[in-house]
Write a protein that binds this ligand. Structure first.
Ligand code: GTP
Ligand code: MG
Length: 370
């Protein structure tokens, strides 16, 4: 969705374009009828002309729309968001554990990651890096694709003893589709049967040419078990991140992406979100997908309470009216009324969509019975 032009807005309000231009001039803005204005200005004008803000299409109400692009001077450096991908059991979670100095793997049922964990680590030099740990299961491909959307770069973990496997190839394809740079971490090099050179050669078949093979994809040999190569891996991540000049405006109402969400028996609906821009604060009123709420508390990846979440910090949010979906965008709004208005509208839309697609699902049901 695009920002609205003055003329479009005038048409919707049944006012003269020239009158809007005059009004804007009084507000100190020199624009013509064909120029676009941002949402805030549009809303101001609507109120100025004594109309109620009545949204007639989804693009009007969609506060997720990139209506407002942050001005260059508001942008500040932010930590990179790195997604760890790779085949089942190649050591994604172990690698993250080693980097964080924790032991998540042992707490997992059967050592298989069932959800997408989100963590932020501080390097020896004080640099921050955010990591997303994706499940190795093929059934979670969908979620992994979402991971690739919030991600700045991917670390592809390949076990040096096992080599390129189906989900390694899947991960390569997702990364390419997302258009983000990749760093290859050849893991388990402590194992006697490890053959990192074979991994590099086999990667060529999938058009991943690592530095050691005169390509431009960074690669690093690591062992989550012994800790070998971990500093080098962090260095390469930071180098790549520096090159990308990642920035976000921390001084605005927050927007965050839902990484995972669930219903907790004691705490109610919970969502792990990753702040995209702005700073999320306790007390903020928000809309997330078809839900709304107010931030009651926020917990970091170590379960500590935080009052503020700046860009790229993953936090668990308490205080949501219902369970949102992974991939939903959380947007802070100015009032509870606005939050209800937007979430209500979205619920209507969702219901309308479901009703519209009902015959199709009946068809599927019948064909499945045949
Ligand atoms: P999924 O979440 O199921 O996709 O697996 P994962 O990729 O997260 O692998 P995980 O970290 O659970 O590790 C799988 C197994 O490999 C565990 O038994 C680890 O202890 C072992 N492992 C991981 N990294 C290394 C390593 O560098 N060396 C050795 N020897 N074993 C490792
Ligand atoms: Mg895992």
């Amino acid at each position: 969705p695009e920002a609205i032009t003055v003329q479009e807005l005038a048409n919707r309000m049944a006012e003269k374009g020239a009158d809007l231009v005059k009004s804007l001039f009084k507000m100190g803005m020199m624009v013509t009828v064909n120029q676009t204005i941002d949402q805030d200005t549009a809303e101001l004008l609507v109120t100025e002309f004594g109309h109620n803000i009545q949204r007639v299409s989804e693009s009007d109400i969609d506060i997720d729309a990139s209506f407002d692009v942050d001005a260059e001077e508001t942008l500040k450096p932010r930590p990179p968001v790195v997604t760890i991908m790779g085949h089942v059991d190649h050591g994604k979670t172990s690698l993250l554990d080693a980097l964080r100095g924790t032991d998540v793997v042992r707490g997992e049922a059967g050592g298989i990651t069932q959800h997408m964990g989100a963590y932020q680590i501080k390097t020896k030099n004080g640099d921050l890096v955010t990591f997303l740990d994706t499940p190795g299961h093929a059934a979670f491909t969908q979620m992994r694709m979402r991971g690739a959307n919030v991600t700045d770069l991917v670390v592809l973990v390949v076990a040096a003893d096992d080599g390129i496997m189906p989900q390694t190839i899947e991960a390569i394809n997702h990364t390419k589709a997302a258009g983000v740079p990749m760093i290859v971490a050849i893991n388990k090099i402590d194992k006697p049967e490890a053959n990192p050179q074979r991994v590099r050669e086999r990667l060529l078949e999938h058009e991943v040419v690592v530095e050691a093979m005169s390509g431009d994809v960074q690669d690093v040999e690591v062992s989550a078990k012994t800790g070998a190569g971990l500093d080098e891996l962090i260095e390469k991540i930071l180098l790549q991140a520096e090159f990308m000049e990642l920035k976000a405006n921390p001084d605005r109402d927050a927007e965050a992406t839902v990484i995972e969400a669930k219903l907790d028996k004691g705490k109610g609906p919970l969502a792990t979100v990753l702040v995209k821009r702005g700073t999320l604060r306790v007390g903020d009123i928000f809309v997330v997908g078809t839900q709304s709420g107010r931030v009651r508390a926020m917990l970091d990846d170590k379960g500590r309470q935080v009052k503020e979440a700046p860009p790229a910090l993953p936090v668990e949010v308490l205080g949501i009216g219902g369970v949102p979906m992974a991939g939903d965008l959380l947007s802070v709004v100015e009032s509870e009324q606005r939050a209800r208005e937007v979430s209500g509208y979205r619920q209507e839309q969702a219901t309308a969509k479901r009703t519209a697609t009902a015959p199709a699902s009946l068809d599927t049901m019948f064909s499945a019975l045949q």
